[in-house]
Structure formats: structure tokens, C-alpha cells
Design a protein around this ligand. Structure first.
Ligand code: ADP
Ligand code: MG
Length: 404
């Protein structure tokens, strides 16, 4: 990997500025899922073991008015982190100024300061989100080195990621960021072949650039989820009441022509008369969706077809659930794909997509994939083949041969 990582630098007695993704779901001041905090622990532990004086920060939610501040304070996150680490975390309820500066100055090796939600700065003319140069420079001045472990914001050029990296001598990736670059970046740039992509989810329109990019990279693309019905329409099949984007039928047609057999569509579907868990479901083949019914999931023949195309795969990237997995009755396709992928021998299996990741975790496959991305929007843009500004800003290794 060409990007410098936390392993490449000395941390002993250094003031280490670490951007993490602590954008956890909250309800009435309580954290409802601390997975993002847990995921950041390896990088935090490593920095502390190496003798860093650690300054942690993150955004949380959106801050548009003063009133947004209270429910988006990082104070409960600092408390939870302290419990998880069994260690004091000094929380500074400011994003700049003498109190923060003194807390950072007083840090000793192995200690942690965490400061308030970086987006509180958005009340100053969107300073964080618009990457105000003065703000990035100011935060950079607080430390010696910068570690970016917040992949979830890598698709944004904000002051707390790009701004700091551009104003400090050393900017490296943390372990989480490194994993995302290695697996998602690696799959898109230089996959071990055969490389098969599975694309599903709600809409073709969300994933146009992913489809276009992966068509040039993957050996096969297996289509499922609601997006299959826009492709069906492009082939002239009746889609009934299925979710279908009429404005994108011509795009789907163009992709089918371009793909020359690389795009594989579902051959059977579970259909219902209404969008409901209790609706009676019938299995029909691709060209036989009744006019008064909608496709809710792929069927068993499709899973078998997908299994055949995946058998010899060495790299698989999956983005988008195969059906309305939120309803148990229509979770079979998504569960089936989890089962097939996690049973492949010698393949690198990667999930990049918020809902697909949530589904795989919900169905008990959390540790069975090679990599489940921690970023929804960021992984989507990475799969589109875009250079993410947060990653671009991390400094390159001094040796820049193609192999590292
Ligand atoms: P990801 O977050 O993994 O990229 P998306 O956001 O594109 O995935 O899509 C997820 C949503 O797609 C889920 O809420 C799921 O219910 C929906 N979906 C999947 N298949 C269908 C279908 N056949 N009809 C309607 N919605 C579907
Ligand atoms: Mg989604």
C-alpha cells in the first residue's frame, strides 16, 4: 500500500491527533449502537501502547443551529469510550481555544483527551464541512502527527480530515482506514480474478456510477434487489407493481448491451400483491411477474445460478441487499448470498454498502466475511472508482514503487 500507516511512524511522546468515526446512532442522549467506537479500539490501543499522547475527535450528526448541539454532543461517547478502555478519557467540551490547548499541553504519554463534535464548527460559516483553511491549520497546530481512521468521512474534504492532513508534517492511516484501502481499494484497482460483483438494493439511480465502473473491472456482475426490475423492463419483461425506475430503463438497456453477457439477472422472484410482511408470496420466473404484483426477493433458482457464477471467484464485492430483508419472509435471498459468500474457499469477500452490511451483521455473518466496510456513502464512492479526498490527503510512503 502506498499510503503511510500508523505502523510506519514513531508515536512515543508524540501528540497524536486521531480522527475517528464516532458518528454513532443516539436516542435521547443514549448511544443505541456502539459498534463504531468498538471498531476504533485497535488503533486507539496501539497508539496508547506506543506511548502516544492521544487527542481524539469526530463529527456526530449534523449541526445547523445552536439547538442541534445538545443532542449531538460527544460527551456520552467519551464516557462510553472510557468504559470500553477502562481508562480515563478527558473530555473537552470545546472545539478550539485555551481550555482545549491546555488539556492537550498537559497530556502525558498513554493519556487521552477527546474534544467536542467537530461539526460544532459548522455554525461558523460551515468551517468544518467546507474545510476552512484556518480551522484545519489550527487543529493541525495542536499535535505532532495526524492519524486518520475515519473511513466513513473519507468521501468528504472536511477540515478535520483533509484540512489537518494538508497542514501537518505526518499524516497516516489508522488500522480501519488501512483495511478499507486494502480491501475495497484493492478490489477495485487490482482484484485477484475471477472478480465477481453483486449489486442489489433499492435503486439503479443510486448506483449508476458503480455499475459503470464495475462493468469495466469485474468479470461478472450479478444483479438483484429492486434494481433488477429496471433491468427487467429494459429487456421487455412485465414488472407489475415492482419498484422500477422508468427514467433509467434506457440506461439499463445500454448497460445490458455494453456488458455482453457479463450482467446476470435473477431468474425467479418472490412476488406479492402488497408491500407487507403478511402478504401472500408466490414464486414466479423472471418473465412472469403478474401485473398486479411486486417483486420482493430473489428466488432459490436465482441463488443456485449465483452460486455457479461465484464458485471459482477469488474476489467478490457485494453492495445492496437481494430483497426486502427487513421482512423475514423476504430475507431469504440476502441470507442465501451471505451463506454462499462465506462458504467460498480462498476468496476475498467484501461488503461495501450500509444496508447490506447491516443485513449481514443482523443475520450473524459479522466475522465470516473478509471485510465488511464501515462506511456507507464512502464505500459507494470508492466502488465508483473515485479518489476519496480523505484518503488522497493521507501522505504517501517515501518509497513509491508500484508494489508498496
Ligand atoms: P446499501 O445500503 O447496501 O447500498 P441500498 O440502500 O441500495 O443498499 O438498498 C437497501 C434497501 O433496498 C433495503 O431497505 C431493501 O428493503 C431495499 N430492497 C431490496 N430489494 C427490494 C425490492 N425487491 N423491493 C423494494 N425494496 C427492495
Ligand atoms: Mg443504503
Amino acid at each position: 500500500m502506498r499510503k503511510k500507516t500508523i505502523r510506519d511512524i514513531q508515536l512515543q511522546d508524540k501528540t497524536v491527533l486521531m480522527r475517528v468515526d464516532f458518528n454513532v446512532p443516539m436516542s435521547e442522549g443514549q448511544i443505541t449502537d456502539d459498534n463504531r467506537i468498538v471498531q476504533a479500539l485497535p488503533t486507539i490501543d496501539y497508539a496508547l501502547e506506543q506511548g502516544a499522547k492521544l487527542v481524539l475527535f469526530s463529527h456526530l450528526g449534523r449541526i445547523k443551529t445552536e439547538a442541534d448541539k445538545e443532542k449531538n454532543s460527544l460527551a456520552p461517547v467519551a464516557k462510553r469510550l472510557s468504559e470500553l478502555l477502562d481508562k480515563k478519557v478527558t473530555f473537552v467540551s470545546e472545539t478550539r481555544g485555551p481550555v482545549l490547548e491546555e488539556a492537550v499541553r498537559n497530556l502525558k504519554s498513554g493519556e487521552i483527551v477527546m474534544f467536542e463534535n467537530t461539526r460544532f464548527e459548522d455554525l461558523n460559516d460551515k468551517a468544518e464541512s467546507k474545510n476552512n483553511p484556518e480551522l484545519g491549520k489550527y487543529w493541525a497546530s495542536l499535535g505532532d502527527v495526524f492519524v486518520n481512521d475515519a473511513f466513513g468521512t473519507a468521501h468528504r474534504a472536511h477540515a478535520s480530515n483533509v484540512g489537518i492532513a494538508n497542514n501537518i508534517d505526518t499524516a497516516v492511516a489508522g488500522f480501519l482506514m488501512e483495511k478499507e484501502i486494502r480491501f475495497i481499494g484493492g478490489a477495485v484497482d487490482n482484484p485477484e480474478r475471477p472478480f465477481v460483483a453483486i449489486l442489489g438494493g433499492a435503486k439503479v439511480s443510486d448506483k449508476i456510477s458503480v455499475i459503470e465502473n464495475l462493468l469495466t473491472k469485474a468479470d461478472k456482475i450479478l444483479i438483484c434487489g429492486a434494481m433488477a426490475y429496471t433491468f427487467y423492463k429494459a429487456k421487455g419483461y412485465e414488472v407489475g407493481l415492482s419498484k422500477c425506475e422508468d427514467d433509467f430503463v434506457s440506461f439499463a438497456k445500454e448497460m445490458l448491451e455494453k456488458a455482453q453477457g457479463k450482467l446476470i439477472l435473477p431468474v425467479d422472484n418472490l412476488v406479492t400483491k402488497e408491500f407487507s410482511e403478511d402478504a401472500e408470496a408466490t414464486l414466479v420466473s423472471a418473465d412472469s411477474i403478474p401485473a398486479d404484483q411486486m417483486g420482493m426477493d430473489i428466488g432459490p433458482r436465482t441463488l443456485e445460478l449465483f452460486r455457479k457464477h461465484l464458485e471459482n471467484a477469488k474476489t467478490v464485492v457485494w453492495n445492496g441487499p437481494a430483497g426486502v430483508f427487513e421482512f423475514e419472509k423476504f430475507a431469504g435471498g440476502t441470507k442465501g448470498i451471505c451463506g454462499i459468500l462465506t462458504g467460498l474457499e480462498g476468496a476475498t469477500t467484501i461488503i461495501g454498502g450500509g444496508d447490506s452490511a447491516a443485513a449481514a451483521i443482523k443475520f450473524g455473518y459479522k466475522d465470516k466475511f473478509t471485510h465488511i466496510s464501515t462506511g456507507g456513502g464512502a464505500s459507494l464512492e470508492y466502488l465508483e472508482g473515485k479518489e476519496l479526498p480523505g484518503i488522497k490527503a493521507i501522505h504517501n510512503k517515501d518509497c513509491c514503487c508500484e508494489d508498496c
